[in-house]
Ligand binder design. Structure first.
Ligand SMILES: [Zn+2]
Length: 378
């Protein structure tokens, strides 16, 4: 009887693989995709090097992140791969461990999450944005140079000072000067204009009107008045909040970096962590208070890597000791399709975010090497 049992098992196994071969998933369509509520994603790269010790390890520093995790899923130990800020942050957006120098300032060869989503889902440029803390390097997160993707699928990008990317120049040229009564506002506008180069314009009139509204909002909500600790990061998050409220984009990346003050000051670093949490709280409040956003938006927050286990000679924290504090980070995922209050300690990486988010939105990160975050869906 043994051989029959064995044959049965083999037959069953054969039927399973034959079925698998014929399953729609092998023909390009998923076997079964549950109806998902998520229609838009905010991905915050809490970059600059942030240890889990000062976030989920000290809940008082990050009440908003803790609240997000309680209503969502916490991944307390995602592994990071590259230890330079630029490459490690790029990895979050490409799903590939990027080997890039700290001072390298060039677009990568690999497609970003923004390009995957725009190409696969046919998204308009107005649906995909990145706001950054500032600095020339960060412009490179909006798209890569892969021949099948690239600039035609890139994201709109804004930096912490509200400097628009060059695609907006023509738009503002046509729009003309707003009636800014306040000379301070006028000065900001002049700076916006100077910050822009040449490029394509946004053609759609409705979108133009929303951009106009956005700009006015941006000017009047006092982003330019944000000063002090984490000013660049807080501006990037404020811009993100305004963008969410006005454009309700399908994909919004946010890139922070001010935590890197840790090299010279532990206390300064903790203050940045606290300020960033508060600004993330403002963004979350805007999402929660908007009926449409509250029920359709997923938010992910993840540092690019941590920091050393021990203080340096300046009583700061560098990043280079290879410790677990450096090589693993805490990531929170919050959204209408996710579990609530779950903690997942399974083996995962920061590069899993791109694959996971693309799948969540119905796109495929074709060239990404990350896996899927397990234990995410309710
Ligand atoms: Zn650094």
């Amino acid at each position: 009887m043994t051989h029959i049992t064995r044959r049965n098992i083999l037959r069953t196994a054969g039927a399973v693989s034959a079925g698998a071969l014929l399953a729609p998933s092998m023909l390009g369509a998923p076997l079964f995709v549950p109806e998902r509520k998520t229609q838009r994603v905010v991905l915050i790269a809490m970059a600059g090097g942030v240890r889990t010790r000062e976030t989920f390890g000290m809940p008082d520093n990050v009440p908003n992140l803790v609240a997000m995790a309680k209503e969502g899923v916490l991944y307390p130990k995602l592994r990071t791969s590259n230890l330079g800020h630029f490459g490690a942050t790029m990895s979050i957006f490409t799903g590939l461990a990027e080997a890039r120098g700290i001072r390298e300032n060039a677009r990568g060869p690999d497609p970003t999450i923004f390009e995957y989503l725009r190409k696969d889902l046919g998204l308009d440029k107005g649906d995909v944005w990145v706001t950054t803390s500032g600095g020339a390097q960060q412009v490179n997160y909006s798209y890569g140079l892969h021949p099948e993707y690239g600039p035609q699928y890139g994201a709109n990008i804004l930096d912490g000072d509200g400097i628009f990317n060059r695609e907006f120049e023509e738009l503002l040229e046509r729009w003309g000067k707003p009636k800014a009564a306040d000379p301070e506002e006028q000065k900001i506008l002049e700076r916006l204009r100077r910050g822009m180069g040449k490029g394509d314009a946004v053609k759609d009139a409705e979108q133009q009107a929303r951009v106009e509204e956005y700009i006015l909002n941006e000017l009047t909500r006092g982003t330019s008045d944000i000063r002090g600790a984490a000013a660049g990061d807080r501006k990037a998050l404020r811009l993100a909040r305004n963008l969410m409220s006005i454009f309700k984009p399908k994909m919004l990346g946010v890139v922070l970096q001010n935590a890197d003050i840790a090299h010279s000051s532990y206390n300064g670093y903790v203050e940045v962590v606290r300020q960033n949490d508060a600004a993330i709280g403002e963004l979350m409040a805007a999402i929660r208070e908007d009926e449409e956003l509250a029920t359709t938006t997923a938010v992910f927050v993840c540092p690019e890597f941590g920091r050393d286990a021990d203080l340096n000679a300046r009583r700061g924290l560098d990043h280079g000791d290879g410790s677990d504090d450096l090589r693993t980070v805490g990531c929170a995922a919050w959204g209408p399709d996710f579990k609530q209050g779950a903690t997942v300690t399974a083996d995962h990486k920061t590069i899993d975010l791109t694959t996971t988010i693309c799948e969540l939105m119905g796109a495929k990160a074709k060239l990404a090497k990350g896996g899927r975050l397990s234990g995410l869906y309710s």
